[in-house]
Design a protein around this ligand. Structure first.
Ligand SMILES: [Zn+2]
Length: 294
């Protein structure tokens, strides 16, 4: 079988279309079956494109979760891709890039090559090498120049490392590694902001990063816990094409599970939980302007 071409990569096509149409694609961090089912149901109902985000944790927990996501994405009635977010070990990236879905295509449409815990030179060298490894297999790649501070469930906490805003020079360096998507640090953090008043984004920086990368890579947003829709809209106006969401769509589910575990049957816990995630995914698809864009 001929290797898939990167121009035909579904994640690249999806974000190019979002850039063209000036809307945001929802990228849902999924930890379990409920979240994958819910996100896809929302995408089908809203006729919205969707990216399912799995952390390397998913692979460690069970490769079956990756198989499930890949199968679910392919059987969806709208375009859905599977992305590995924050792959921080070169070995995990090589393993993930070689996992095939049942149809023989790569299970992951895109992989985030996150070498941000290495010093800059090593980071760039490793990123370049791993980007080539993924590209040879038709898989798109993402990197994070600068450093988005904090940690997320399933991701190594980088809070002990100094957070750094993405500079113009770093943008050039990372674009030169061949990446397809760029996750800039412009005041966004992983984890909690502790209130909307603490969300302090450098929009001018985002705007200039977007200008610099236009036509080369698509810009994506990490660290959105607690974002109201007006802040999201400002980011999309300035070129963001995919918005990674975790608590924004999982918060009601998390609360429901906490309150009801052991009190209702497990089937009800799953079904109600799935509905709550779907509901928030649908709201965000409306907010990001991706409803009807599939
Ligand atoms: Zn992230």
């Amino acid at each position: 079988m001929a290797l898939p071409k990167l121009q035909e990569n579904r994640a690249v096509q999806m974000l190019n279309a979002a850039a063209q149409g000036k809307y945001g694609v929802l990228g849902v961090v999924c930890y379990n079956l409920e979240s994958i089912v819910a996100a896809i149901r929302a995408a089908e109902k809203k006729k919205a494109p969707l990216q399912i985000l799995l952390f390397p944790w998913a692979l460690k927990y069970s490769p079956l979760l990756v198989d499930f996501a890949a199968m679910a994405a392919r059987s969806a009635k709208v375009p859905v891709t599977v992305h590995m977010d924050h792959a921080q070990e070169p070995d995990i990236i090589r393993i993930a890039a070689q996992i095939k879905a049942a149809d023989g295509t790569p299970a992951f449409d895109s992989i985030m090559v996150d070498m941000s815990h290495y010093e800059k030179e090593e980071n760039l060298a490793k990123t370049k090498e791993l980007v080539a490894f993924c590209h040879e297999r038709g898989i798109a790649t993402e990197a994070e120049p600068g450093r988005i501070e904090g940690g997320e469930d399933g991701v190594k906490d980088t809070a002990e490392l100094e957070g750094m805003m993405t500079t113009a020079e770093e943008v050039d360096d990372f674009v030169a590694t061949g990446i397809d998507f760029l996750a800039p640090a412009f005041g966004n953090v992983h984890g909690e902001y502790g209130g909307v008043e603490n969300i302090k984004l450098d929009y001018d920086r985002l705007e200039s990063i977007h200008k610099k990368t236009q036509g080369k890579v698509q810009v994506v947003l990490h660290g959105t816990n607690g974002f109201p829709s007006d802040i999201m809209a400002k980011c999309i106006e300035r070129g963001i094409t995919r918005v990674n969401v975790n608590k924004l769509v999982l918060s009601k589910y998390n609360d429901y599970v906490e309150e009801n575990t052991g009190k209702v049957p497990l089937t009800q816990l799953m079904e109600e939980g799935t509905k709550l995630i779907q509901q928030l995914c649908e709201e965000w698809m409306d907010n990001l302007g991706s409803t009807g864009k599939a």
